[in-house]
Design a binder for this molecule. Structure first.
Ligand code: ADP
Ligand code: AMP
Length: 207
């Protein structure tokens, strides 16, 4: 499980780790964005919350995650990214999955803001870029499918300040929940993507 503030690099590392260890990558943010793009009832209910930087209500997120965990590719193991974000979600997860490790991505706020401001995503495949740290080969276009990259609406400054406040108020208690259970492993999320991946692998070695 990867916990940590928005922009800390959880999704970037989750994609790499899942690929390297043949795990499913379960991101509630990705699930919700796909639902919004498809215009499903879940997407219609979630859209305004996401745009404003607020959390989507627990019952909706839990329903989506339960369905995703039940799919066959998750049976051999998964990386959870962006979930749980509330204590209620953490408690509900206890009945759904057994955790090997909980990694807490740690990064100073100015660096988070820089990563969020430069993030661009492919609206088609969800690939994540950064305008300077991890740019696409052709400026503004996805390497995989050539589609024009976009800024996420919740990466605009108004929503970012809400998301950081929501993180401090609603998600930091989740860190304490896993710390008390002896599962929490802090990770220094600064430096290049390769450096963080090396640190993460070293940390998971003992698991
Ligand atoms: P999160 O999933 O925690 O919100 P992301 O993985 O989407 O964070 O990363 C946020 C932004 O920072 C993206 O634009 C990504 O390309 C960039 N990024 C991720 N890891 C690093 C890193 N180690 N150094 C610089 N930029 C990074
Ligand atoms: P992320 O892609 O993880 O940054 O999530 C983007 C947005 O989706 C968040 O700001 C929330 O609005 C929503 N979201 C993602 N995961 C959750 C979750 N576990 N609980 C509630 N809302 C979530």
């Amino acid at each position: 499980m990867f916990l940590g503030p928005p922009g800390a690099g959880k999704g970037t590392q989750a994609v790499r780790l899942a690929r390297a260890r043949h795990l499913a990558h379960l991101s509630t943010g990705d699930l919700l964005r796909a639902a919004v793009a498809e215009g499903t009832p879940l997407g219609r209910a979630a859209d305004a919350h996401i745009r404003a930087g607020r959390l989507v209500p627990d019952d909706l997120v839990l329903g989506a995650l339960r369905e995703r965990i039940g799919r066959s590719d998750a049976r051999a193991g998964f990386v959870l990214d962006g979930f749980p974000r509330t204590l209620a979600q953490a408690r509900a997860l206890d009945a759904m999955a057994e955790l090997d490790a909980v990694v807490s991505f740690e990064l100073p706020e100015p660096v988070l803001l820089e990563r969020l401001a430069g993030r661009r995503i492919c609206p088609k495949c969800g690939a994540v870029y950064h305008v300077s740290a991890s740019p696409p080969r052709e400026p503004g276009r996805c390497d995989r499918d050539g589609v024009e990259l976009r800024q996420r609406p919740d990466d605009r400054p108004e929503a970012v300040s809400v998301r950081l406040r929501v993180y401090a108020e609603q998600t930091e208690p989740v860190l304490a929940y896993y710390r008390e259970r002896g599962l929490l492993r802090p990770l220094d999320a600064s430096g290049s993507t390769d450096e963080v991946a090396r640190r993460l692998n070293a940390l998971l070695e003992g698991e």
